[in-house]
Design a protein around this ligand. Structure first.
Ligand SMILES: CC(=O)SCCNC(=O)CCNC(=O)[C@H](O)C(C)(C)COP(=O)(O)OP(=O)(O)OC[C@H]1O[C@@H](n2cnc3c(N)ncnc32)[C@H](O)[C@@H]1OP(=O)(O)O
Ligand SMILES: N[C@@H](CCO)C(=O)O
Length: 314
């Protein structure tokens, strides 16, 4: 949350240079407050696990959030029960006449298919188009980041010779970017992908900037300069055991898989892995929720979101 300080206090300039978010009394006085309406478009087969992981991160801020769970109606889920979907989930048709403050779109285990072969691709492209006018900021995770970069900007994904699998050191590429406020210069993120997007393809898009990357695992976060679309290739939401679960699954199926890098103590899969990315995961989600959603979204959600974004000042 911002520090509310008297208008014109000299410390304001120093704090702003240090990337500390301050707000004049006059601005704070005029802020209206209401719960944020955030949708989770859950494309993962392991829906309940993903709900818990993301709710844990979204819940760790002082902001009130009304969470709407969405699943693609054009896909019949094998791994999540109909009862669970009927009880807790809506579809795009249920909300397409409304507006959202924020939307998170999850990864999906379809990265080795062509986008157009994914059976809910048509529905997803409708949602992505709709998000441009009706959502203040959308956070795309892993495969959804590849899908969003491809659909909005024509950035392609490429198959990797070896799965990027492990916990990798990442760097902040744009100093003072709001999304990475408070981050250490080097921080760790789990990655688990058979495909990749290329830095040079993103750099060719003037609307995009690369906010974070890793020497070993490539681009981590790209975003549109207006903050409306954020593309995160890694899985900061993963639990300590998520990579272990994927590794054990592949070993038990006899699939070729390396031990996840920088994960098990002494690289020994019989030992319990540590979570070394939780603090930055919490910071990423609270920065997004605060600076890209709460500070930018109009109080009247029916108002024109793009007008509000254009006039918003931090
Ligand atoms: C790159 C990223 O985004 S990483 C995020 C993805 N990671 C994960 O999903 C990790 C957890 N998932 C898993 O371990 C596995 O998918 C499992 C164990 C749940 C199921 O694996 P399998 O039994 O081998 O595959 P299964 O045939 O059930 O299909 C798995 C999923 O692939 C997706 N899928 C497969 N084919 C298609 C298709 N043509 N169109 C759309 N989705 C498809 C679906 O999501 C499907 O699960 P769902 O029907 O419950 O939604
Ligand atoms: N994280 C994924 C990659 C596959 O898309 C898994 O190993 O299940």
């Amino acid at each position: 949350m911002p520090i509310k300080i008297p208008d014109n206090l000299p410390a304001k300039e120093i704090l702003n240079q240090e990337n500390i978010f301050t707000m004049d009394e006059s601005v704070a006085y005029h802020q209206d407050i209401r719960p944020l309406r955030i949708a989770l478009l859950n494309l993962m087969p392991t829906k309940e696990t993903t709900e818990t992981q993301l709710l844990r991160l979204i819940g760790n801020t002082p902001l009130q959030v009304e969470f709407v769970l969405l699943h693609p109606k054009t896909h019949t889920s094998k791994n999540t029960s109909v009862e669970h979907l009927e009880m807790f989930y809506k579809t795009f048709d249920d909300i397409k006449e409304e507006k959202l403050d924020g939307m998170i779109i999850t990864g999906a285990p379809v990265e080795q298919m062509e986008f157009e072969d994914v059976n809910y691709w048509e529905e997803l492209t409708q949602i992505l188009n709709w998000s441009k006018e009706n959502v203040t900021s959308t956070l795309h995770i892993c495969w959804a980041a590849q899908a969003g970069l491809y659909h909005h900007f024509g950035v392609r994904k490429f198959a990797l010779d070896n799965k990027i699998f492990g916990v990798f050191p990442h760097t902040v590429e744009v100093p003072n970017t709001k999304l990475l406020r408070g981050f250490d210069e080097i921080f760790h993120v789990p990655q688990s992908r058979h495909t990749d997007v290329r830095r040079e393809d993103i750099e060719r898009c003037p609307d995009l900037e690369i906010l974070s990357e890793s020497e070993e695992s490539g681009v981590y976060i790209a975003a549109t300069r207006d903050g409306k679309h954020i593309f995160v290739t890694g899985h900061s939401e993963y639990d300590a055991n998520s990579l272990k679960w994927e590794y054990d699954r592949d070993v038990s199926k006899g699939l070729p898989i390396d031990i996840p890098k920088n994960y098990y103590p002494n690289n020994d899969p019989s030992r319990q892995p540590y979570n070394t990315w939780r603090a930055h995961a919490n910071l990423l989600f609270s920065n997004w929720l605060n600076y890209y959603v709460y500070q930018e979204t109009p109080f009247e959600l029916t108002a024109n979101i793009n007008e509000s974004l254009a006039s918003a000042q931090l």
